[in-house]
Ligand binder design. Structure first.
Ligand code: HEC
Length: 530
């Protein structure tokens, strides 16, 4: 697997990439390149992929964090770099030593590593995917009928650090099964029929669970990339459960897989040019993906170039896809549908913007400036008593809920019509069409990480209520009926807490989960209800 980037690329592109990567300039005023053993390079590269590439990019050419290639880092002494890595900065660099993630030794290693040329990240071609592909239960060995249980009210629960996904029955509150998934699973998605639940790990491993089996079991898996975050399935009429698409951070590409078996069928690169300046970018990562219900299409958000791709899969039987490229904004991250599922709202987080895409007219409606680093997850839709249909996001960078009108007939459509204050930064927001409450977590607010803030839809100017838990609380999801809210206590000895949405009282607890984070109700995920 030690293939180098560029080896299978056309010579010109390979030359461009190599020039970009191997930029060890020997100009005056630069620190010498520290010597490192092969083992040290390996250890450092592992830490780098795990902790650093998310912000600085696999090639170190910068993403939400700055470029840290040697021509920049060699302007600083090792001592200075160690200080930045250990202590962090006010400009957004986390303090890896101070926060307990890296030892002094590892900090020193990383300082030397960033003054060396980045090792060339491996490629991951279709044939690599095929080699990693495993079907554990062939299609003809799977049940032909759904179970008698209310399986559309099952929940998939991510146990992030353990690399596992549990299936929990939402009616009986019993854990039905726990399967091995990729490392640090980011999201789960349901097939159009709801029968299959798909997971994608940060290590690029896609896996699928058959919810009709008793107990639900892992039926197939494939590694689509070295580093990945997102996937979805074909949901358009006539294509239900037919295809899966999964997006890579590294390599920057998306893979189209068979929906029943995860057989890799096609891979498409997202390497290209930024939408605004037209600069070549060697690493435009695929952030969130959603499936259209109104066209045979996926909406793929390409982070660094700021382009939203509408990928038409209707001719995939001949191996053909059609891409519509919509200029949006750079650093696209997560997003979700408005209540009509015509408009897709996606955060360009490092630009403090929400981009609105009209999937019917196939164009950008507007870039809306919100607060610092919007992070909607999929966002939350409700009907505001004064402004009508709205969608909202919380922020990674400030304690703010930005509420945006999604009613195109209003003159204030696609503007922030209302703001709610939180006491600090937040990860997720959630409500349900049947609910009168909007929940925000405070997971990344050090002073309140064990508190949920609950706003009233009917009384939007009233001070919010607070629900306090004994541990850090993250991510909310409703049951199928929309009358319970499930939250995770994020801890080695973690649990799910189920809240009665009407009374805000704890109804039930499910213990014995290792670092539970995101959870996805089958019915709500099938129909994109949020
Ligand atoms: C959450 C995003 C994020 C992550 C993850 C991250 N960084 Fe940074 N890093 C930044 C930002 C933002 C800056 C710029 C800070 C500033 O200007 O104050 C930065 C700055 C730096 C700098 C100084 C660059 C310069 O030329 O001044 C170095 C070196 C660096 N990071 C190394 C690392 C290493 C090594 C890791 C992994 C252990 C890492 N970073 C992980 C966001 C991140």
């Amino acid at each position: 697997m030690k293939k180098q980037i560029g080896s299978a690329l056309p010579p010109i592109l390979a030359a461009v990439l190599a020039a970009g990567i191997a930029g060890s300039v020997s100009a005056k005023g630069l620190q010498p390149v520290p010597k490192m053993t092969d083992q040290e390079m390996k250890d450092a590269a592992f830490i780098y992929f795990d902790r650093c590439s998310g912000c600085h990019g696999a090639l170190r050419k910068g993403a939400t964090g700055p470029n840290i290639t040697p021509e920049k880092t060699r302007k600083k002494t090792l001592a200075k770099l160690e200080k930045i890595i250990y202590e962090g900065t006010d400009g957004g660099m986390p303090g890896w030593g101070k926060d307990g993630f890296l030892t002094k030794e590892q900090t020193k290693l990383m300082a030397r590593f960033v003054q060396n040329d980045p090792p060339e990240p491996p490629q991951w071609n279709l044939k690599d995917m095929k080699k990693s592909w495993k079907v554990h239960v062939p299609v003809d060995k799977r049940p032909t009928k759904p179970p008698k249980s209310n399986w559309q009210n099952y929940f998939g629960v991510i146990q992030r650090d353990a690399g596992k996904v549990s299936i929990v029955d939402g009616d009986t509150k019993k854990i039905l099964s726990t399967v091995d998934s990729g490392f640090a699973v980011h999201i789960l998605r349901s097939s159009a029929s709801g029968r299959y639940m798909y997971a994608i790990g940060r290590d690029g491993r896609a896996s699928m669970v058959d919810l009709w089996a008793d107990p639900p079991n892992l039926v197939a898996e494939v590694r689509i990339a070295i580093d990945a975050r997102s996937l979805d399935t074909s949901k358009y009429k006539g294509f239900e459960d037919k295809y899966v698409v999964a997006g890579g951070y590294w390599p920057p590409h998306y893979a189209i897989l068979d929906g029943d078996t995860l057989e890799p069928l096609k891979v498409v690169s997202t390497i290209g040019y930024t939408y605004d300046t037209g600069d070549f970018h060697p690493e435009p990562r695929v952030a969130s993906i959603v499936a259209s219900h109104t066209a045979p299409e996926w909406i793929l958000n390409v982070k660094e170039t700021g382009i939203v791709l509408l990928v038409d899969y209707s001719r995939m039987d001949t191996g053909t896809v059609t891409e519509t490229m919509i200029n949006a904004e750079r650093f696209l991250h997560d997003g979700g549908w408005d209540s009509t599922k015509r408009y897709f709202l996606v955060a360009a987080n490092a630009r403090d913007t929400i981009s609105v895409i009209d999937t019917l007219e196939r164009k950008l409606v507007k870039n809306i400036v919100t607060g610092t680093k919007p992070h909607p997850g999929r966002g939350a839709n409700w009907v505001d008593p004064e402004f009508g249909k709205v969608w909202a996001t919380v922020h990674l960078g400030e304690g703010l809920v930005s509420i945006i009108s999604t009613d195109p007939t209003k003159d204030y459509a696609w503007t922030v019509v209302r703001e709610w204050k939180l006491d600090g930064n937040s990860l997720f927001i959630k409500t349900h069409p049947k609910s009168k409450h909007v929940y925000c977590d405070n997971t990344i607010n050090k002073n309140k990480s064990n508190v949920l803030t609950v706003f009233s839809i009917d009384n939007p100017t009233a001070p919010p209520k607070e629900l306090t838990f004994e541990k850090k609380v993250v991510h909310m999801e409703y049951n199928k009926a929309g009358d319970e809210v499930w939250v995770s206590l994020w801890d080695k000895d973690g649990e799910l807490v189920i809240i009665d949405d009407k009374t805000l009282k704890v109804k039930h607890r499910i213990k014995g989960l290792d670092n539970p984070t995101g959870k996805f109700n089958v019915y709500n995920t099938m129909y994109d209800i949020y």
